[in-house]
Design a protein around this ligand. Structure first.
Ligand SMILES: CC/C=C\C/C=C/C(=O)SCCNC(=O)CCNC(=O)[C@H](O)C(C)(C)COP(=O)(O)OP(=O)(O)OC[C@H]1O[C@@H](n2cnc3c(N)ncnc32)[C@H](O)[C@@H]1OP(=O)(O)O
Length: 725
């Protein structure tokens, strides 16, 4: 049964029962209509409590039903209307989550009681839509326009105590929300309900409300560049000010339909399910996530307390895993300790505000210089800087110090996992964990399996990612793994565009208008240009080891852009030196301003090398950079480094500032049409045979030849993932 009903004295308790998250599918909606109908008519029932089974109120509408005919049967807003109009008081007992349509349902009830661990919210905006079951009309009437806008436009999950302060819920309890709701229901039997029906309330509004909404529109446009759902949310809330409730609901409905027509919801919902699919990893051997048991990680250690290490320590502590943090000398240890403790204090403060004792949620961190103290930890994450020799030295030490069943992880953004594993006594227990900076904030974790990494090690690392609250993707071992490997051809195109007449700000603007959080040049300045320079020097692409007589713009017969090398040679490393592709207010400054020096430098460079000026327009910039990125994605699939296109998209959506409303680079290629992507690349490559990264990947060619099937069907063409490297 999708919903059940039981009687406690004169209170009917209606329970939504649709595992795993009580999504309000068509069957649940039908069951709710039936159970509410019966409870309303039953003379022995004086009040009603609504809750969800298994400690979850509801995760909202069933996202899989969008775009199908199922969504059209029994509208949730009609159910909400019926509940609100009930002559018997209805109390929502919120446990776990009340999200999206789940919260809209609770807002239709006359009272809301939540347990302290629960979270409520209207996260529809994150999947490209708006709350369209009356939520944009009822919430502003309950908590006012500014607070409602914040909740609806950001889509964040609000902890119960904050929901109480905002006035979204009436009561927060430490014990059972259902018991408390039954008690409240009994107390309010017979009391007037008019003021509890949110749709009937007037919105306190003043003349400045229109100005306030207009300002919010401008701010939101800048913040969520190109995303349509946040703008639709504001327009729906505006309707709650200007229109009577029922007309506001109509407007909500219209906005929902026009959003659907943009294609953005489909992309964001694909992104949502792809993230969940990524957790269900597969291995070239055929093993899958359900066949392997992860080992429990009770204690962990982090080696290196630089920016990455600090973030990893915080993540582990927040996941309640006690950590030993190691540095190489007393000074570094002290610096790391201060930074970690200050971040932990902030986390503790947040917990206190939510009514929790920090001790119960944050695990201890022990700082030491002694490797010997690692003998009992279950898992170590090495997070020193990117230097193979240093990493090997550490893994040799770990091999001799750690207990034999301890897992050894290396946080690297591209070094060879097999080489690191080869110096240990347990290559099967070595795995890459590529965190993104700052590691306590960024959602993505690339888990990199080596040739010898055991399935248990993979299962343990993937499970650890989940425990840390990360979106975790399993990838194969190749230079730079998935995300950074794809950046290569993308950045290459960005540099060529400068050679041909564009400026950093022109390219960045085009990519940011496409939706990227940051264009390629601002991104390089943030990451530090010296990192890539060091790596190119080591590879002999620049510096003293370049063979005599090598043309400035060629390496091994292929086109090469030395622009970034030249910048580094002038001491321009990006934000850290106050100048790179842009100038900044000071070293470490964040505000990028176009730099006349760069303009002059580029003009001289083009003249020196007699490069024909053919500056690209916005569309061409986007096409070249994005198709280069996706093309490398197809190669990664061919190589078996990523097991499906969805995994690549998850990586880009969560680690590289790709606009989620475009689904990811592989989804975007599919959306544009693979034949078009193939033809554009082919044309470019024919004219530029010295740019091999733009040669269309074999898999792309194969898929384009059959007309570009939907992304779900690509797997059939890729075949079983086999790591060819
Ligand atoms: C016509 C308009 C009508 C009404 C307007 C209302 C619109 C909505 O309500 S849209 C939905 C809004 N709700 C959300 O966006 C919540 C989405 N879910 C989540 O954020 C999380 O899943 C969770 C916090 C609810 C639970 O997280 P966690 O415990 O980490 O579990 P998973 O994320 O792995 O989810 C488990 C399982 O459930 C599936 N699922 C989750 N939410 C929904 C949903 N709303 N509809 C359908 N399915 C849902 C999720 O995909 C997982 O299943 P699979 O492993 O099979 O993918």
């Amino acid at each position: 049964m999708a919903a059940t009903r039981r009687l406690v004295n004169t209170v009917a308790v209606i329970t939504i029962n649709h595992p795993p998250v009580n999504a309000l599918s068509s069957s649940v909606r039908h069951a709710l209509v039936e159970e509410f109908g019966k409870a309303s008519k039953d003379p022995t029932v004086e009040a009603i409590v609504l809750n969800g089974s298994n400690g979850k109120f509801s995760a909202g509408a069933d996202i899989r039903e969008f775009g199908t005919s199922a969504i059209k049967t029994v509208s949730l807003e009609d159910i909400n209307g019926t509940i609100e109009a009930s002559q018997k008081p209805v109390v929502a007992a919120i446990e776990g989550i009340a999200l999206g349509g789940g919260l809209e349902l609770a807002l239709a009830c006359h009272y809301r009681v939540a347990d302290i661990q629960s979270r409520v919210g209207l996260p529809e905006v994150l999947i490209g839509i708006l709350p369209a079951a009356g939520g944009t009309q009822r919430l502003p009437r309950l908590i006012g326009i500014p607070a409602a806008l914040d909740v609806i436009v950001r889509g964040r999950h609000i902890p119960a105590t904050e929901a109480l302060n905002l006035g979204i819920v009436d009561e927060v309890v430490q014990g059972s929300a259902v018991d408390a709701a039954i008690q409240l229901a009994q107390k309010v039997i017979g009391l007037p309900l008019n003021k509890r029906r949110l749709s009937t309330l007037r919105i306190s509004s003043n003349l400045n409300m229109e100005d306030f909404l207009d300002t919010t529109v401008e701010k939101t446009k800048k913040q969520f560049r190109g995303a349509q759902a946040p703008m639709a949310c504001i327009e729906a809330v505006r309707a709650s000010v200007l229109l009577p409730y029922h007309r506001g609901v109509e407007k909500e409905r219209q906005l929902f339909l026009s959003l659907w027509a943009t294609g953005q919801p489909q992309a964001q919902q694909y992104a949502f399910f792809s993230e969940r699919e990524a957790a269900k990893w597969s291995h070239p051997s055929g093993a899958r996530w359900y066949s392997e048991e992860p080992k429990l990680v009770r204690t962990a250690a982090v080696i290196g307390l630089g920016t990455m290490g600090r973030g990893i320590v915080i993540s582990l502590s927040k996941a309640n895993i006690p950590v030993i943090a190691i540095e190489q000398d007393a000074y570094q240890l002290e610096m790391g300790k201060k930074a970690v403790n200050s971040l932990l204090e902030r986390e503790a403060e947040k917990l206190k505000q939510q009514g929790f004792s920090p001790g119960s949620k944050l695990a201890s961190v022990h700082f030491t210089l002694a490797f010997g103290e690692l003998q009992d930890v279950d898992l170590v994450i090495e997070a020193v800087y990117e230097n193979m020799e240093l990493k090997k030295e550490i893994f040799r030490k770990l091999s001799s110090v750690c207990k034999s069943n301890a897992f050894l992880c290396t946080n690297t953004s591209g070094l060879n996992i097999d080489e690191i594993a080869s110096v240990t006594d347990r290559p099967n227990q070595v795995i890459g964990t590529h965190f993104f900076s700052p590691a306590n904030i960024m959602k993505l974790l690339e888990v990199v399996r080596g040739q010898q990494t055991s399935l248990t090690t993979i299962a343990t690392a993937m499970n650890l990612g989940k425990i840390l609250g990360k979106v975790t993707v399993l990838v194969g071992n190749c230079p730079l793994f998935v995300g950074n490997r794809m950046l290569g051809p993308y950045l290459e195109q960005a540099s060529y565009l400068l050679e041909e007449g564009c400026y950093p700000e022109t390219v960045d603007r085009a990519m940011e208008e496409f939706g990227f959080a940051m264009g390629p040049f601002r991104m390089m300045d943030l990451a530090g240009l010296d990192v890539g320079w060091r790596s190119r020097t080591e590879k002999g692409l620049t510096g003293a080891n370049v063979p005599q007589g090598t043309p400035a713009r060629k390496r091994l017969g292929n086109r090469y852009s030395p622009l970034a090398d030249l910048l580094c040679e002038s001491g321009r490393f990006g934000q850290k030196t106050g100048k790179g592709w842009y100038q900044y207010e000071k070293p470490g400054g964040r505000t990028a301003r176009p730099d006349p020096w760069v303009k002059d430098f580029l003009q001289k460079y083009r003249k020196t090398h007699q490069i024909k000026q053919q500056p690209s327009n916005q569309e061409q910039i986007v096409e070249r950079c994005v198709y280069a990125l996706a093309n490398e994605g197809f190669r990664i699939l061919e190589d078996g480094i990523a097991s499906c296109p969805e995994d690549i998209d998850v990586i880009y959506n969560n680690g590289y500032g790709w606009p989620k409303y475009r689904g990811g680079p592989m989804y975007y290629a599919s959306f544009v049409g693979l034949p078009k992507v193939f033809n554009t690349l082919e044309k470019y490559y024919k004219a530029n045979a010295d740019v091999p990264s733009m040669k269309p990947a074999f898999l792309l060619k194969k898929l384009a030849a059959v007309g570009g099937p939907p992304i779900k069907e690509w797997r059939l063409q890729v075949g079983k993932p086999v790591n060819k490297l």
